[in-house]
Design a protein around this ligand. Structure first.
Ligand code: GLN
Length: 483
């Protein structure tokens, strides 16, 4: 039963092959048995899951239907869950029980989804390896000595290991697409404003976006359907109707114009990944797509711009965790200053502290123009590059990451080496565009992802291309040994 996708689960539940309660019990037992190898969960919510599963079964018995009704999922541990620990992977929030549900959590619960637990993540979503979590590193089910990617590494590892069919993630600079790529999943970062950020603990507010992680594009469509939509509680939520994503999956790719940016294939890219990306291009050509080389000339400036903007916003967002208003408080503070200093230096890990310092520096009076303002100007140039490209093509395609999953600890002493791994993903966040990563093959037994980008609100187009690709390839069906 643990091999079933969300789509298959929906059919099984509708055909009364099994109940949500039965399925939930199987998956909870599997998590208890296998997760010690992976560390992909921070909290298991067994009681809640069983209550929700029974309620979903009762709703079905009363004639209700729906693809998410009774479907088991998990939430990245930065989505607020009422009465349940919401740690953000940090000691700072180790004992924080959220007083309300995030909009995403509430919407999925209303659709009948069953929450099995809260998944591990990089502390405050800062990282690309899921090694900065206060709760320890997450392991990649494809090779337990390798990282699963981050920051949504817990959701990725859990879904890849068939502990559950799908989970939520968030993507500020690649944290859905990159771990999806490194664990052989399909992951979608929606257009900025498509999914409500209310109750999603902020890292960098102008970049953060929640989205689905699953094994197939079809399942991402199901989960996104439950997550997307306007929310008056989020001032950056966009009041656009949500299309039927399932209905968008079966469009023909005949004549679809795919742009491949020449800058993507520069020196930093592992040539074995380049080859797999070219293979996926050929596959899409067979399905009728027309390939065109394009250029994104300002891409080289994306990493420096992102690593000014994201820390700047983080330094502001994380100022609320001061041991007084929110978060961990140190023992026996001598005075107010000592309380602030020790609460924040004991509560935050080293990567979070580094980013707060970089961000506060970039925003300080003497440096604002030189760093923050300049980074914002680069951000506009990057957006303009995409707008020009989308005048010529319908989709942009390239690698999701320059390398496969690295060994645990390999980049710990060199944070910039880890930042460079984000080169292909962060531009979509800077521009606010939707992006999807899907399985495209293996290098040394480790999964490789291909990334698709589309114009604003064209999530359906991304899901369509990925679904058609998955109907004609089987990379996404491969299962890691031992799981
Ligand atoms: N790796 C990037 C960072 O550390 C992206 C993280 C994310 O998308 N949350 O900022």
């Amino acid at each position: 039963m643990h091999q079933l996708t969300l789509a298959e689960i929906a059919r099984g539940l509708a055909d009364k092959k099994f109940s949500s309660e039965e399925l939930t019990k199987v998956l909870l037992a599997r998590i208890v048995q296998l997760d010690p190898q992976l560390n992909s969960f921070i909290s298991l919510t067994e009681d809640l899951a069983l209550t929700q599963a029974k309620a979903a079964d009762a709703r079905r018995a009363n004639g209700e239907s729906g693809a998410l009704l009774g479907a088991p999922i998990a939430h990245k541990d930065l989505f607020c869950t009422q009465g349940i620990r919401t740690s953000c992977g940090s000691k700072m929030l180790d004992n924080f029980k959220a007083p309300y549900d995030a909009t995403v959590v509430a919407k999925l619960a209303a659709a009948g989804a069953v929450t099995l637990g809260k998944t591990n993540m990089d502390e405050f979503a800062m990282g690309s390896a899921n090694e900065s979590s206060y709760y320890g590193a997450v392991k990649n089910p494809w090779n337990l000595e390798h990282v699963p990617g981050g920051s949504s590494g817990g959701s990725a590892a859990a879904v890849a290991a068939r502990l559950l069919p799908a989970a939520t993630g968030t993507d500020t600079g690649g944290s859905i697409r990159q771990p999806a790529a490194l664990t052989n999943l399909t992951g979608l970062k929606p257009t900025y404003g498509r999914v409500s950020r209310w109750g999603m603990i902020a890292y960098a507010s102008s970049l953060d976006q929640g989205g689905p992680m699953a094994r197939t594009a079809e399942d991402c469509a199901i989960l996104l359907q439950g997550m997307a939509g306007f929310d008056p509680n989020d001032s950056t939520s966009i009041d656009e109707p949500v299309p039927d994503y399932g209905a968008s999956l079966n469009g023909s790719l005949q004549g679809l114009r795919i742009g491949v940016p020449k800058e993507y294939f520069s020196a930093g890219l592992d040539p074995r990944i380049a080859e797999l990306i070219h293979n996926s291009v050929k596959e899409l050509e067979k399905l009728g797509a027309v390939i065109k080389e394009i250029s994104l000339p300002n891409m080289q400036h994306a990493i420096p711009a992102y690593y000014v903007i994201a820390p700047a916003e983080a330094s502001s967002n994380l100022s609320r965790f001061d041991g007084v208003r929110f978060g961990y408080r140190c023992e026996d503070p001598k005075n107010l200053e000592d309380l602030y200093k020790r609460s924040r230096s004991e509560g935050f890990g080293p990567e979070v502290q580094r980013r707060i310092m970089v961000g506060a520096y970039a925003l300080s009076a003497g440096y604002y123009d030189a760093y923050y303002l300049k980074a914002q100007k680069i951000r506009r140039l990057i957006k303009n590059d995409f707008m020009a490209a989308f005048n010529e093509v319908d989709i942009i395609l390239g690698p999701t990451t320059p390398n496969p999953a690295w060994k645990l600890g390999a980049k710990n002493s060199d944070p910039v080496a880890a930042y460079l791994e984000d080169v292909y993903t962060i531009t979509a966040n800077l521009a606010g565009l939707p992006g999807l990563s899907m399985p495209a093959g293996f290098v040394d037994g480790l999964p490789v992802g291909v990334q698709l980008l589309a114009p604003y609100f064209q999530e359906g187009r991304l899901l369509n291309v990925a679904h058609q690709y998955q109907l004609n390839t089987d990379w996404h069906t491969r299962t890691p040994t031992g799981f």
